[in-house]
Write a protein that binds this ligand. Sequence first.
Ligand SMILES: Nc1ncnc2c1ncn2[C@@H]1O[C@H](COP(=O)(O)OP(=O)(O)O)[C@@H](O)[C@H]1O
Ligand SMILES: [Mg+2]
Length: 349
Amino acid sequence: MKGYPLREVVVNLPGVHAGSILHKAEVSISGHPVTDNDIRRALVKAQEEAFEHMPEDGAFELIHTIPVSYKIDGHDGIAEPRGMVGHTLGVDIHMTSGDMLALRNIASCIEKSHLDISAFCTSSYAAGLASLVDDEMELGCTVIDIGGGVTSFSVFHNRNLLYADAVPIGGKHVTGDIAKGLTAAINDAERIKVLYGSAMAGGLDETEMIDVPRLGEDAFAPPNHVPRSLLVGIIQPRLEEIFELVRSRLQDAGLGSAVGRRVVLTGGASLMPGMKDLANYVMDKQVRIGKPIRLTGLPDAVSGPAFATTAGLLSYIAERSDEMPADIIAQVTPGTLWERVKYWMRENW
Ligand SMILES: Nc1ncnc2c1ncn2[C@@H]1O[C@H](COP(=O)(O)OP(=O)(O)O)[C@@H](O)[C@H]1O
Ligand SMILES: [Mg+2]
């Protein structure tokens, strides 16, 4: 970009390389009103404890540390503790971790472009930050971001990220199924998918035919004619599989019905006609297609569902830098004498 050299980037991390860690931490506040720093002390404590329990074969880095709810002297469900007094402050914390090896691979790609990484952010979290309205974030909503190779999903509640996960299936798998099913080249399968694809067979005209170029033949060879319903019959089961996997992962995480009945779909693959109805049918939730509505003034070409994640990365860095693990450590002032000794040792050794 002329005049504005790009030096630093925020990178989205697909949920397949990320995991959710739920943790509780308590710090002493000895009767003084709770401050931002007390909350940071609890977050730092949780971060340290997460690393103490790191599995030997699964090294990770923390991506987000998000306070979800607070407790003062055992009274729980406090949404805003700042200014309240008590003896101990308890914080329920959601940390998102990133697989260390995956992060290193991504970092080495980015270094080759001579860029510095300012932060990582989970893909579906960014998609939600860009596309959810305030009430969806507050009352509970699941964001499903269906990209090329991965479907990342996350659950928002009380304006926070509660859970993030992913399944390694996306639009590319649909294209691959079409290429195999219709014996077509991958490029042709992708074009046919975008031009004639649909997520649900209902209401299709059974006599409608589409042209499929023959694999390996030159461009002048007459194409195969196949019914469009055959194409949709290939697409629908793969997309159903994605939504069924998401539904069962959410149920396994205990989030089946607890966090509202709202689903927002983002990502390039959500542009497929009928996607909303299929998601509604499989997941039994109210579904809408999300766009990056929180970033205003975007040109038409980048204001569709495929750009939600990118727009969300900007919201993340602008509004939620207090959830970045490194910033939390950099800004905390130690409270108790023991905390001070520990910090001093960490700084000096
Ligand atoms: N109009 C469309 N209809 C159906 N699928 C689409 C459409 N546009 C893009 N896709 C699919 O979306 C996927 C890419 O989504 P995107 O969110 O851009 O990917 P990623 O986030 O993985 O980089 C591809 O598999 C592509 O085939
Ligand atoms: Mg995407």
